[in-house]
Design a protein around this ligand. Structure first.
Ligand code: FES
Ligand code: FES
Length: 168
């Protein structure tokens, strides 16, 4: 692989706040946001799957909007505020979702989970008590190869207060 990307000295300087930590890095014009996060800022919650906007594994919240970080150039996020699944532990709704995913076994290998959490958080912000059908629609941009989705849906119903914590 070669050199440590965080030591890149050429490229365009950008700065952004990620999970409440400011980062100043230099990136090439075509560097993807997800690559800059993972390789230059050591923020590894967003995963790289398809790199073409289809799987949702790289989803993050960028200035309040959920985006697929493989579809955004790092330079486009200059000056922005980014929230990843890593930082959701310090976010009320994000933390509630993380706990519900754990309680309901909403993950197996965990590859899709950071993106699922970002999508679920966006859904509950606009629709705090979604039906199962609305949850399925809200997750349509995120793929999971492991869970069959049912546990993820139950986790989101749980986080939205529609299932008792004891599973009833
Ligand atoms: Fe970004 Fe799949 S890696 S959508
Ligand atoms: Fe493995 Fe979703 S838990 S891809």
């Amino acid at each position: 692989m070669g050199r440590d990307a965080s030591l890149q000295t050429d490229g365009q300087p950008i700065s952004m706040t990620v999970d409440q930590v400011r980062h100043d890095v230099k990136v090439a014009p075509r560097t993807l946001l997800v690559s800059a996060l993972r390789e230059q800022m050591n923020v590894t919650a967003p995963h790289i799957g398809c790199e073409s906007g289809r799987c949702g594994a790289c989803s993050v919240v960028l200035d309040g909007e959920t985006v697929k970080a493989c579809m955004v150039l790092a330079v486009q996020a200059d000056g922005s505020e980014v929230l990843t699944a890593q930082g959701m532990a310090d976010d009320d709704l994000g933390a509630r979702l993380q706990q519900a995913f754990k309680r309901r076994h909403g993950l197996q290998c965990g590859f899709c989970t950071p993106g699922m959490l970002a999508a679920a958080r966006a859904l509950l912000l606009t629709n705090p008590r979604p039906t199962e059908l609305e949850i399925r629609a809200g997750l349509r941009g995120n793929l999971c190869r492991c869970t069959g989705y049912q546990h993820i849906i139950e986790a989101i119903l749980d986080a939205s207060g529609q299932i008792a914590e004891d599973g009833a």
